[in-house]
Design a protein around this ligand. Structure first.
Ligand SMILES: Nc1ncnc2c1ncn2[C@@H]1O[C@H](COP(=O)(O)OP(=O)(O)O)[C@@H](O)[C@H]1O
Ligand SMILES: [Mg+2]
Length: 352
């Protein structure tokens, strides 16, 4: 296609979306992963399970970056591995562009070409015995691209991620810095020309200045290739910077999801507020009065009854340990908190 045609197609695509919400690229329904714990169990005693992800629903819209936040252990990486079909869910389904993943209409192999992942550990993800050019070319070759075409693609991608192919193509992973290796991992993810990339703490191990460069690179590549991102990080500043919408997880559940600005400026869930107030702010005018997160760290083995956040929640009422909140719409967010659920019995909830 010529450049003009591409531009016209882009305008058309855009025209389709005017007046309507962007279509979901990924729809997650009831996603659940329980890990059975081995050992240390008395005979006859019930086996303990880790409720790592426990009935999660959300959508990722075409072309957006969905940020995923929450304390360590709340199920972010397990969610990512479930999305990628690296582990089998205990329940729930993943629908990609209207087709159920793993069904006849969307076999795993086809899905795995369209969705790629970048992890935190830039070294462990690369084969130490392959040059970085071969590492990047490997995926496309597995999917039937000729060696010549795969190597050409690898060199092109190296240039796009800022690693001059003439200097870097023949190097081995140990000859690169952490930031350079993470650029290789990004190039490798893009080599299959995916539509979606899941980034799990992908910049968390980098120095702050390198982190900023890689974040800017990710934004450029997203615009250039029309990508959709799921961006997982424990770093709220980074998530705010890169995300269109943000999902907050707590103990295997979704606490709140909504547009990044709305969620950061006017959080609805007490957990989101606690997370944000524990976030270091550069701006003294924006320091809040709220108490930061206190109490026991979350344990997904025996999660609290009712609302899982109630033992640590400054606004918990008696009803919160009996009743599980449903997700309800509040302003621009969808939030699972009895305060926002009319008729829930929480003293701060409306009665109707
Ligand atoms: N393979 C596994 N076996 C048992 N427990 C697991 C396994 N993987 C993750 N978990 C547990 O599931 C919970 C969620 O982990 P994870 O998804 O890695 O959280 P996060 O990425 O948010 O830090 C944690 O309590 C973790 O210990
Ligand atoms: Mg994790």
């Amino acid at each position: 296609m010529t450049t003009e045609l591409l531009a016209a197609a882009a305008t058309l695509e855009h025209a389709d979306e005017i007046g309507g919400p962007a279509q979901p690229l990924l729809t997650i329904r009831g996603l659940t992963k329980h890990f059975a714990l081995k050992g240390g169990v008395l005979p006859g005693a019930p086996r303990k399970v880790v409720r790592a992800v426990d009935g999660v629903d959300f959508e990722v819209l075409k072309g957006e970056t969905l940020g995923v936040v929450g304390e360590s252990g709340c199920g972010k990486s397990t969610t990512a591995r479930l999305l990628m079909q690296l582990i089998a869910p205990s329940a729930g389904e993943v629908v990609f562009d209207g087709r159920t993943v793993g069904s006849r209409e969307l076999p795993l192999k086809e899905f795995r070409r369209q969705v790629q992942m970048v992890f935190q550990d830039s070294y462990a993800s690369l084969n130490p015995r392959l040059t970085i050019e071969d590492s990047i070319a490997f995926g496309p070759q597995v999917h039937g691209v000729s060696t010549r075409e795969a190597v050409a693609r690898a060199r092109d991608l190296l240039a796009r991620v800022g690693l001059e192919p003439g200097r870097f193509a023949e190097r081995y992973p140990h000859e690169l810095s952490g930031g350079q290796r993470q650029r290789v991992n990004i190039a490798r993810a893009l080599a299959l020309q995916p539509r979606m990339v899941i980034l799990d703490e992908a910049v968390s191990a980098l120095d702050k200045s390198v982190e900023a460069q890689v974040l800017n690179l990710l934004m450029d590549l997203k615009a250039e290739f029309g990508l959709t991102y799921v961006f997982i990080s424990h770093d709220l500043n980074v998530v705010r910077f890169i995300s269109d919408r943000v999902m907050v997880m707590y103990l295997g559940r979704v606490a709140e999801v909504g547009p990044a600005d709305a969620l950061f400026d006017d959080p609805a869930h007490p957990y989101t507020r606690a997370l944000l107030s524990s976030m270091p702010s550069m701006d003294p005018d924006h320091r809040t009065e709220e108490v930061p997160l206190a109490g026991d760290p979350p344990n997904p083995i025996d999660p609290p009854s009712g609302c899982r956040f109630h033992p640590r929640c400054p606004q918990a009422a008696a009803v919160c340990n009996r009743t599980e909140p449903q997700r309800v719409v509040r302003a621009q967010q969808s939030v699972a908190c009895l305060i926002h659920q009319a008729g829930s019995g929480h003293p701060l909830a409306s009665l109707a």
